[in-house]
Design a protein. Structure first.
Length: 176
């Protein structure tokens, strides 16, 4: 699960000319902002990015990403494994102004110099495609259920115990 196949940066002067394809895995250690919304650092991100020119000579970044990560279940607050996946269709632009001139179908990715930060790009796409709230399948929040059941049990024992005491007293009376 080496992430060495994904370089830190791509040179935007070369990758589109060469129609480069970059694919491989990225460790969560290289995605600090994404990692912050996760329950732990266990996970795997795999991706493929293609760099091409569009019909209007836009610099297109297309591809896909998949990730297996752990988020917090919002019901029981325990880790929950989820799979996220997304297609990537971005147009690389130099600034906000160029972004405004893009075809509405294309989302801009602004890179002001020649160094395209690949992890940053992937990280942003991952954050966008990860659901804001996730829950275990209904009935799978074991810890939460156990906790509630335990609480109920304690309550019922507490409320029943005076009668149990009375009953045992009564029993001992009648046995006399
Ligand atoms: Zn849960």
């Amino acid at each position: 699960m080496s992430d060495s196949s994904i370089p830190a940066y791509a040179d935007t002067r070369k990758i589109f000319q060469q129609e480069d394809v970059i694919s491989g895995n990225l460790g969560l250690n290289r995605l600090p902002r994404f990692s912050k919304i996760l329950a732990n650092d266990q996970g795997l991100v795999s991706l493929e990015l293609k760099f091409t020119f569009g019909e209007a000579k836009e610099r297109l970044i297309t591809g896909s990403l998949q990730a297996q990560v752990n988020v917090f279940c919002q019901r029981c607050l325990k880790p929950l494994a989820i799979a996220v996946a997304d297609d990537i269709i971005l147009a690389l632009v130099r600034d906000e102004e160029a972004a405004l001139r893009l075809d509405a179908k294309l989302d801009p990715w602004i890179c002001e110099d020649h160094k395209l930060d690949l992890a940053e790009l992937i990280e942003e796409q991952l954050i966008l495609c990860t659901p804001i709230v996730s829950y275990h399948e209904s009935g799978d929040c074991m810890t939460q259920k156990d906790y509630v059941a335990g609480e109920d049990a304690t309550e019922s024992i507490a409320s029943e115990s005076p009668f149990a005491v009375l009953r045992s007293l009564k029993d001992s009376d009648t046995s006399d």
